[in-house]
Design a binder for this molecule. Structure first.
Ligand SMILES: Nc1ncnc2c1ncn2[C@@H]1O[C@H](COP(=O)(O)OP(=O)(O)O)[C@@H](O)[C@H]1O
Ligand SMILES: [Mg+2]
Length: 244
């Protein structure tokens, strides 16, 4: 049976503009702007990136730091709009991009569960139903009434991962989320991701660990300075990548 396409990225380019000089103050900036002395540097973080992801595939993005992986994931999550090209998505997306970014540090873990749930589009009833599972999965039973500002980064990511994976989204985006936390928790996360793959969720996955990518992904897009260097079956691309 023909698998349906759930993500189609076509000629995606992303340009960031940065003022090329520093200004001492805002007045200085305004004066230079009026005199048209402000210049901008353009930086293309992605150039002409195209790929398709079929339902049930797990696609890994690999490449050195700064090659554009997070930028690409953000255009898929709808956080960034590409300067050129298009990204078409068919289905619901659960983005695990900056884990815990939606938390309020002064609120307790429990309050953050409801706050974060609301941000992800769940109502209070749905969150009440999921609450026990979140507490158990994150193993933070004794800390649910503690303000999140007292949490270690590992605890924050455990809680954020547990919240973000309560449903079965059509597409799950994981950007370096398995690099935090201890080994035991990483294993649990991998198992949960594997379960979601088995249930038909499409995964977009980025990790420092090429071993993890090999374990989880069947397809890979290799980015190099914002260009697609190679794409295809995980094994073939990893083989080339390990010789680069
Ligand atoms: N908001 C931004 N403004 C300017 N430059 C950015 C921005 N976001 C990312 N970049 C730059 O784009 C390049 C790609 O970044 P990123 O997508 O985070 O790479 P990766 O995730 O592969 O490490 C980097 O050089 C980074 O500095
Ligand atoms: Mg990144």
């Amino acid at each position: 049976m023909e698998q349906k396409t759930v993500i189609k990225a076509e000629n995606v380019s992303m340009c960031f503009t940065l003022a090329s000089e520093k200004f001492d103050n805002f007045k200085d900036y305004v004066i230079k702007m009026i005199k048209k002395q402000v210049s901008y540097d353009e930086f293309w973080a992605l150039s002409d990136v195209s790929f398709e992801v079929k339902q049930g595939d797990s696609l890994g993005l690999i490449g050195l730091n700064g090659s554009g992986k997070s930028t690409m994931l953000k255009t898929i999550a709808g956080v960034l709009k590409p300067t050129k090209g298009t990204v078409v998505i068919d289905g619901t997306v659960a983005p695990l991009i900056e884990l815990g970014a939606g938390f309020d540090a002064d609120l307790t873990a429990e309050e953050n569960v409801y706050l974060n749930g609301a941000l992800l589009g769940y109502d209070r009833k749905q969150m009440e139903a999921a609450y026990q599972d979140i507490v158990e999965f994150s193993e933070l039973q004794e800390f649910m009434h503690t303000p999140v500002k007292n949490f270690s980064s590992g605890m924050v990511s455990r809680l954020a991962f547990a919240i973000a994976t309560i449903g079965t989204p059509d597409i799950l985006i994981c950007d370096e989320v398995l690099s935090v936390g201890d080994f035991h928790f990483q294993e649990k996360c991998e198992q949960r991701i594997q379960r979601m793959i088995d249930a038909g969720t499409t995964i977009l996955f980025v990790s420092h660990s090429i071993q993890q990518v090999k374990k989880i992904c069947n397809k890979i897009v290799w980015l190099d300075h914002g260009h697609v260097k190679m794409q295809g079956d995980a094994e073939a691309v990893c083989e080339q990548y390990s010789h680069s």
